[in-house]
Design a protein around this ligand. Structure first.
Ligand SMILES: NC(=O)c1ccc(NCc2ccccc2)nc1
Length: 248
């Protein structure tokens, strides 16, 4: 997958994509990441990329023309069509379902705003969709872009080996349940023992226990993610049993 990021801080994006799973995926050619700096496309002595907002008020607004030229250069660099995604607090909240949708694309262009944002006329003319990574304000869209780069890259075929499989992630699968608890060595510790079922070697019982824990944890922590009416009979039975044992 090719990802072009329009940002005043391309070095930030390069660093955030150099490590771990994303760095390895880039080395394997699963991710082709390019940074584009609007300042390189700004005219005049001062190469302005921002200016004061009409109507007054604090802060600055990113100007249309440097972004327009920068985006044109990014688009011209590869024939593959790509949505232009703007990271902003006004965007649609990012979900794993959206991540899966984006991960299936051949290419996308991420636009990172700074200051108070971007001239609305550029957004109206060039932006396909706005995405928010959460209900809070950051100094720039770059962290949101890094989140999207990470989330979609780890879903690329071959990015994760079996030990890191994304299949059991939280929010995976049609119900989007939270992940179950995980344990490793030692089996016995002053902070508690590993549940016996996980050491039983009974893979059906282990899968059952993990499913039940995911259902219970989702019900307790994120009931908004759980549509109990859409649960299978087996899942409903597991959840009812877990609720009873949970003494609630
Ligand atoms: N919650 C988010 O995803 C997010 C994205 C960007 C951002 N800051 C840059 C910016 C500020 C105002 C308008 C447009 C972009 N803060 C938070």
């Amino acid at each position: 997958m090719r990802i072009d990021v329009i940002t005043l801080f391309p070095e930030f994006m390069a660093q955030s994509a150099a490590l771990g799973v994303v760095g390895r995926a880039a080395e394997r050619g699963l991710l082709d990441l390019h940074g584009w700096n609007p300042r390189d496309y700004a005219e005049g002595n001062y190469r302005r990329v921002d200016d004061r907002p009409f109507g007054g008020g604090p802060g600055m607004v990113m100007l249309i023309e440097p972004l327009r030229a920068c985006l044109a250069a990014a688009k011209a660099a590869d024939p593959a069509p790509a949505p232009v995604i703007y990271l902003s607090p006004q965007g649609k909240p990012l979900t794993q379902a959206k991540v899966r949708e984006l991960a299936a694309l051949p290419r996308m262009i991420l636009l990172c705003g700074r200051y108070e944002g971007v001239d609305e006329r550029f957004l109206a003319a060039e932006v396909t969709e706005e995405i928010s990574i959460g209900d809070y304000v950051l100094s720039g869209g770059e962290l949101g872009a890094a989140v999207i780069v990470d989330a979609v890259t780890r879903l690329q075929e071959g990015a994760l080996n079996d030990a890191e499989s994304a299949a059991q992630d939280s929010f995976e699968g049609p119900q989007g349940l939270l992940d179950c608890p995980h344990f490793s060595q030692p089996a016995h510790h002053e902070w508690g023992d590993v549940p016996d079922v996980l050491r039983s070697g009974n893979h059906a019982a282990i899968a059952n226990w993990r499913r039940q824990q995911s259902l219970l944890r989702t019900w307790l922590r994120r009931p908004d993610l759980l549509d109990e009416s859409a649960l299978s009979k087996a899942d409903r039975k597991l959840l009812d049993q877990a609720k009873a044992e949970h003494g609630s």
